[in-house]
Write a protein that binds this ligand. Sequence first.
Ligand code: URA
Length: 234
Amino acid sequence: MKPLTLDKILQTQGFGTRKECRNLILHGAVGVGDEIVTDYQVTPDTANLDFTVDGASWRYREHVYIALNKPAGVECSRRPAVHRGVLSLLPDQFTLRDVQPVGRLDHDTTGLLLLSDDGNFIHAQSHPKRHVSKTYVATIQEQVTPELVAQLSAGVKLSDEPAPLAAKARQLDTYQIEIAIDMGKYHQVKRMLAAAGHHCVALHRTAIGGLTLESLGLKEGAWCYLENEQLAQL
Ligand code: URA
């Protein structure tokens, strides 16, 4: 593959148009290794390339894979209508790179959300045939009962689904139940609980596949890059 010039590298990393990136370089805002570089035609090796823009450090990444601990009151939509958009919690570069949420959480659902600019990854993760398991902790208005756990495990009928949908369910606490599903139907967990006669008052996603929010140690609103080892857990 033809080596990328520095202006093109910056453009792929979300630092603006080619012209804007050239200007950043010409104005001495960009460093490679320990040196400020003002020639935008240099072609540094992108493998393990660390660079700075206005003093902030970045690593070149062909694609980004991100985990976010989503707070409540944030919309996953690209054009948020009522609440702030999830991309506003990430550096602006990610919006320019066309980073998108992998699936959606409701505005009031909290917890683990993946985002990426890799279309193949987004498609593979969201494809219904892949059956990626997603684990939630739901807090419900009435006490969790053995009957509720049994009902969810056996399957409940949603009005727009031809067959009952089942979940792995277990009681965690008086009002908390862990629910794992491997599909991503609209409002699926809340609707399954409603179909079983319960009202969900809070919903938190704790894991996607084998990747847990706890293992990432992310505070609410915080994000991190996912490296190969973590991607393998999905
Ligand atoms: N199920 C829901 O009902 N809401 C979510 O945000 C995710 C799963």
